[in-house]
Design a protein around this ligand. Sequence first.
Ligand code: KG4
Ligand code: ZN
Length: 350
Amino acid sequence: MNILGIETSCDETSAAVLHDGRVRSNIVSSQRCHSAFGGVVPELASREHERLIVSITDSAVTEANITKIELDVIAATAGPGLIGAVMVGLCFAQGMAYALEIPFVPVNHIEAHIFSPFINEGDSHHAPEGSFVSLTVSGGHTLLSVVDQDLSYEVIGRTLDDAAGEAFDKTGKMLGLPYPAGPVIDKLAEKGDPAFHKFPRALTSQSQTSKSYIDNFDFSFSGLKTSVLTWLQKQTPEFIELHLSDIAASIQWAIVSVLVEKTMLAARSRGIKSVSIAGGVSANSALRKAMKEECDNNGVTLHIPGTVYSTDNAAMIATLAGVKLSRGMKAERLYNIAPYASFAAGARKA
Ligand code: KG4
Ligand code: ZN
């Protein structure tokens, strides 16, 4: 079975082909037109997707060594995301499925991140067995979920304000770093001291009495943002420049330590011995290292998709469609799925 996946929810135009559950191609084009604006400009994103969607899809099909008529199913992100951006990929995918007279499967982008440990590239693949705790951290979302063996999942914690990726991007902007600042902070922090300055960590053992934090899996990063801003205002430009790596490492640790603490707390409290991290921020080297150490110390298995599958990609869209179809979902020739912007709206429709 050949499944074509399409992803256009934010600033990556991506198409992938899955052959019998394995990734045959995964083409990702990251838009560069936003860097001058310090964030993704929705209208520009839609136009870029429109410009590239046909050639990216053609490349994915060619690289998979098949022709379009050998496709059995097409899947695309239906949301959440920038509504115009989602619409480009969704309408294109449904139009293509209609023309080829094959079924179409709409996919929830966040669910695709949650199930990205199931992306199968080859023989060394080991998807989690049994239940696992999923930390999904991207530019728009920060979710802790418990995923059951039957692939149903329960969101047990989410951010009350900014997403973890946003915390990286916005504090990075205050430091004069280009968008997206997450990977830049990651790189700078390699040479910095995470204990240089202690920024606040909301809703954790540091900030609450042990009784109230123990069953609170929500996150909050807006206080960190304010704290970084006010602290930077008190420093001279020379001091900031001299200690840029130390400041980056301190900000990174304030975000990463909360993510690790909450994830491990969730696994412990639910008695679950398997954890996964997914979404753009899961590419962060400090997060990967700290989570690995904590998991090793607690006899927990850690699942992390390869770095190319951390940030937005179509392989995860095709994979989730494939997993659902293999577990009994009926593929239908329906081409009237509407896009949605928010996770809540998508969860209702899933
Ligand atoms: O999942 P993703 O590609 O797009 C969304 O669905 O949001 O995530 C993008 C986010 C951005 O905020 C970016 O700064 C962050 O992931 N990111 C990182 C790293 N690589 C990407 N954050 C920290 N360290 C990284 N290495
Ligand atoms: Zn994403």
